[in-house]
Design a protein around this ligand. Structure first.
Ligand code: CUA
Length: 450
């Protein structure tokens, strides 16, 4: 039985406690260092495997396209070559340590065994072996660098072009071949956080940044390539089968870097075309049958509370497709109220909703079809009423420092967000405030934008 808590009482751990925690007793004893190392390594490996490291949504071992596979193959070649070197060196070291260990007092003063230092055959062999190891690694590495750099020449005419731009802290995706027009304003189809691509077709992604250095990475498809100010970078990828893939900014870019995510959705060509046509249309008018908006919990959440459900993850592609469907019933009156608030709260000075509120600012996500995306807040939260409400009523609690909260610098002045920054006084004062009822109306409006 365990009497009291040895940590809190200050008493040394009793025998019973040691028996109760065999692992702890092993870890505490200085004589069991090798066992400690073994146990820690085993624990790490088990937790990595159990944590879905190999098959998780961002696993580089579970490749779904030729670019990611080429990168994985380079990793394996390097792993095998260095693994063999490790076994040879560690084996020789272990052999020498055990064989020539001083066992008696006489051994301590014995002549050293014959030395091979300076032996030309040994030295030359080591040089040749090192060069051979480097060549074995270099050949596939150079080939992979060449291959992953750009779409193969013969596939270039078939490649689909995307312009991706990093912002603190979200990704904007523009489809340069898809024209949109609203109230006489022409532009390119521009979306946020979800990159939808056709399956089996090379996609060339032109990488730019609006502010600092970001990095574009879809572990199962390709990456990482940096988005660097004043530099035109690119990468290409190809998804071999339909799927829903996780992406992540892979370069530290500020306080919310860790939650700067995105998704890649790969669709069959006909589904892709239908999706493009739907996205090119201006924002829809809510016309569903009148229904009361579903109730949901709006109690404030602790910062960093997860915004993702395991139900969604069970089949993300099917759930993404469901997200495209227009609901048969919707709360038309509440949606109209939300649309009015979207203007009154000055959301329109940054966000475009084509057909409802044209213009906007290119440095804020286009919300024309935000309700059809499965994620909001830079891929951080699953799109549902509770999460949209949480995001628009407490943006800083969801994603610290985001520009919707602190505002955007704009040519010497600022475009205020939820806070207004006074450059003279250096103070922040509240500018946009959204109460619970307003949050519900805005949520209903945003979710109606399919
Ligand atoms: Cu963008 Cu890290």
């Amino acid at each position: 039985m365990l009497h009291g808590n040895p940590v809190h009482s200050g008493a040394p751990p009793s025998a019973a406690a040691a028996a109760f925690h065999p692992l702890m007793s092993v870890l505490r004893s200085p004589r069991t260092l090798p066992r400690r190392v073994l146990l820690t390594s085993a624990g790490l490996i088990v937790s990595l495997l159990a944590g879905g490291w190999i098959h998780g949504p961002q696993s580089t071992f579970d490749t779904h396209g030729p670019v990611a596979r080429a990168q994985l193959e380079v990793f394996y070649v390097t792993l095998w070559v260095t693994g063999v070197i490790f076994v040879i060196v560690a084996g020789a070291l272990t052999y020498a340590t055990l064989k020539f260990k001083a066992r008696t007092e006489a051994d301590e003063h014995a002549e050293p065994p014959p030395q091979s230092h300076g032996n030309p055959l040994v030295e030359l062999s080591l040089i040749v072996a090192s060069v051979a190891a480097l060549v074995v690694i270099a050949v596939p590495t150079l080939r992979a660098i060449w291959y992953t750099y750009d779409v193969p020449e013969e596939d270039k005419p078939n490649a689909y072009q995307i312009n991706a731009m990093g912002f603190q802290w979200w990704f904007r995706f523009q489809y340069p071949s898809e024209e949109v027009e609203s109230q006489g304003i022409k532009g390119k189809l521009t979306l946020a956080n979800e990159l939808v691509i056709p399956v089996g077709r090379p996609v060339r992604i032109n990488l730019r940044t609006y502010d600092v250095i970001h990095s574009f990475w879809v572990p199962k498809l390709a990456g990482k390539v940096d988005m660097i100010p004043n530099r035109a970078n690119h990468l290409w990828l190809l998804a071999e089968k339909p799927g829903y893939y996780w992406g992540q900014c892979a370069e530290y870019c500020g306080e919310s870097h860790a939650v700067m995510r995105f998704r890649v959705v790969a669709l069959e060509e006909n589904e892709f075309k239908a999706w493009v046509e739907a996205q090119k249309r201006p924002a829809r008018e809510a016309t569903g049958q009148q229904a009361d908006f579903a109730t949901y919990d709006t109690t404030p959440k602790v910062r960093n509370t997860a915004g993702w459900s395991s139900g969604f993850d069970a089949n993300p592609l099917e759930n993404w497709k469901k997200q495209q469907e227009i609901p048969a019933q919707e709360d038309v009156a509440l949606i109209a109220k939300g649309r009015q608030l979207f203007q009154e709260k000055t959301c329109i000075s940054c966000h475009a909703v084509r057909g409802h509120f044209d213009g906007g600012n290119p440095s804020a996500p286009d919300l024309t079809h935000v309700g059809s995306r499965t994620t909001i807040a830079g891929g951080l939260l699953e799109t549902n009423a509770a999460n949209v409400h949480r995001w628009i009523t407490d943006p800083n609690g969801v994603k610290p420092g985001n520009k919707m909260f602190v505002g955007l610098p704009l040519g010497g002045s600022t475009m205020p967000g939820y806070m207004l920054f006074d450059y003279e006084k250096g103070t922040l004062t509240p500018h946009i405030q959204v109460n619970d009822a307003e949050g519900r109306a805005l949520t209903a409006y945003l979710l109606s934008l399919k």
